[in-house]
Design a protein around this ligand. Sequence first.
Ligand code: AMP
Length: 220
Amino acid sequence: MKDIILIAPPAAGKGTQAKLLEEKYSIPHISTGDLLRDAINIDSEIADEITKKISKGEFVNDEIVLDLLIKRLEMSDCDDGYILDGFPRNLKQAELYNNYLKSKNKDLGIAILINLDKKIGKQRISTRLSCPNCGRIYNLNDEKLQPKEENKCDLCNSLLIKRSDDNAEVYENRFNKYIIDTEPIINYYRNKGILKIVDGNQDKNIIHQQLIEIIKISNR
Ligand code: AMP
């Protein structure tokens, strides 16, 4: 199974789609946002830097992110493929990741861009809830994305939270960072011949089906 890199502006449904793919293919969903949020409680040396950057919608230092990511990728459950969500976020990270894969004799896999209009992303973010335990994303404004029981995760029953960076002001920063820093990696992967594109304005089940089709064709 080829490794999957999901690229998308904030609130495009990357996390939701990654979770669905994780369930479908039994390969881990690796979100660098989750790795960083977990590291805040575990590693006090880097906790301040991470908290500051996340709260402003800025990027955490590349070395910190890469270090956490590589530790995760070295775990045995990644041997049969994985879904990367939120990484790489800029060209430097794309290059560092490329070098890492080369050192392991692995190829790049597939990069899938889920596109979304800024206006829709901003609307979604204000009603988005996340599970701090398993990472599942909910949205109170969308019938299909509401939790079955109010404020509780359908999967693990944990109390849902609103992330502190899920607000209109920080969204503006996160979206601008996406345009300036993350969009260049779209061309980077296009030039490597591994880029596929999906329209994120569609229903989540339709997007899921399109992703399955892309993954099927890419693994032939
Ligand atoms: P996410 O959960 O992907 O929305 O990420 C939340 C926040 O974590 C981002 O706004 C960044 O502050 C930080 N972050 C996540 N992934 C990265 C990354 N690859 N590089 C730098 N910062 C990141």
